[in-house]
Design a protein around this ligand. Sequence first.
Ligand code: MOS
Length: 700
Amino acid sequence: MSKVIGTSVNRHEGRAKVTGTATYGAEHQIPGLVYGYLIVATIANGSIRKMELKEAQDSAGVLAIFTHENMPAFPKANEGTSFHIGEPRLPLADDRIHYGGQIIGLVVADTLERACHAASLVKVEYETETPTIDRQQASFQKSPRDASFEQGNVADALATAPVKISATYTTPRQLHAMMEPHAIIAQWHDRNSLTVCEPTQWVFLQQRTYATLFGIPVEEVRVISPYIGGGFGAKASPWPHAILCIAAAREINRPLKVVVSRQQMTAIVGHRSPTEQTIELGANQSGQLIAIAHAAKSYTSPVNPKYVENCIGVTPTMYAAPNLRVEQEIAVVNVGMPTFMRAPGENPGMYALESAMDELAWALQIDPIELRLKNATTEHQRKKLPFSSKHFAECLKLGAEQFRWYDRPMQTKAISRDDKLVGWGMAGATFPAIRMGASATVRLLLDGTAQVLTSANDMGTGSYTVVAIAAAETLDLPVDKIKVEIGDSRFPNGGLAGASMMTASLAPAVANACQLLLQEVNAKNATEALIALRESGRPFLEITASSQPGEEGKQWAFQSWGAHFCEVEVDELLGRVQVKRWISVMDVGRAMNAKAAASQIRGGVIMGIGEALMEECLHDLNLGLPVIKDLATYHIPVHADIPRIEVSFVGKPDLNFNPLGVRGCGEIAITGVSAAIANAVYHATGKRIRDLPITADKLL
Ligand code: MOS
């Protein structure tokens, strides 16, 4: 019987964050620190003919300038590491420019201001070639990560289906726009031992990647990342600015800090690729799906022609169709690297699929929930495996009840309020459940408190608290007696905060370590273990243990499910959309911390509202440079844009997945959000917007 799991526990690190005592990557105080400022390319394709450095070198406080002409080599860099680097081309590798904003130099000075000023004095002559920026000019190829798949015969089925829809949906380039910018402090000790303070979603891998790149033993690299101000996927692997900072710090033999400016972040630390997706659905008159076809296109960078925004991955998991085909193509354009961004692929994919399902419901004149229930699948149609735990129908039904969905008139422009049109929309949500091996050290101390140490990290997701909950539950201690230390590579491998897998990987490891600790002294709980500890004369009991997936993935498909419901108001004269009401019902296995899990879902919904109505990183098609400069030009929601968001959980533990039955809830939250809004806008206005974001110009 759980005492702590599933209750609402306040954030372990909440006070430190709101009182400003939490130390973020760039805030660590290091004696003798010097500052680097990046120089970035102002063309999007071509090469550097000449860099005039004299004036910058003579500028006050300047200690060094690195360019492709004096960049230290990386003898140990190889194919094996490149996968783990956000941009596989190493910084300042040669004189080539592949995209606007690419790093072409680093100025190091005794203060940030002096470094920044000196960088402005560097004159660059380019050999300019015409960049390919415009999507219309890009040439597409089959995705190298081949997720294409067909069952049945889609062409024949679509040709004869009594009811059909076919539509193309587009989404723009999006930025992670997390609050804490990318930043790093690198400190070398005798050229062969390195300490790095840097926000990272994967402490363990960051440590290994740096060790390989700089040719030193893993134990000689310490990565410190106790607090992260948001990552959303962009902090899952090292980027060129960080590698350059570490290399430069070694050359000048000083601790060095590099903070990436907001404007620089538009090019060098990843973004979500734009997508173009065509969905064709065929059904019989009663709404039974006969065919689903989903063809997606995304874009990548010349520096890695393989990165795919995999929009089609979850399509075979949502609705049953005897004829089903998914395919994906990519094209190279002269932009920086796209990367993982909250539900990479699943999010744009679900915008298209869940919009198309709404279009089909209107074409059939049946309720969109009924359409979804009618076509439920209990099997992952690509893996040909049953879902271990799928309560999608429950999410739809509970959400409909809470929202009073069935009061909705089945016609557009049917409701108005204060001279605005009102519309209701809904959409499904989904995200695969993944876990990896993770480890933790647990210590029980004489004062009756316990410590948990693991290299995991908390990017705002609640990992500190979830670790404390798992330990408190297993040891039978109050949660405030658990001290959690994470974000340090000296601790055992806590796993990756990505693909929504940290809680599902780490919480079972912590629980396992606690259980083994009790077993060791033959105790049922911490109170009994303390008696044994006191008798033993030892200062503490300690154990390190791990937990990893077994063979269960051969038998089951693991995935999370949900449903979003929303009401929008549309001002027809101004084309302005406001989201007024929101209900999300989620099936994420067991919710470890009711409060934090609901917050995760709210965060995803808010990010999805931004995606639906505002977010867009445009490029100047002639210059090839992003026109976004900061968080004033990259529009994201503010409080006034967000209604009360009601979240509830189905709460059924997925015990085939791990002993705690917990999946993840970080990424699923954003999936389906923009479709629910687009569907509500259609209900309000009769206008189907198939191109995000839904801005005023598209509604007028
Ligand atoms: Mo997530 S986009 O795997 O951090």
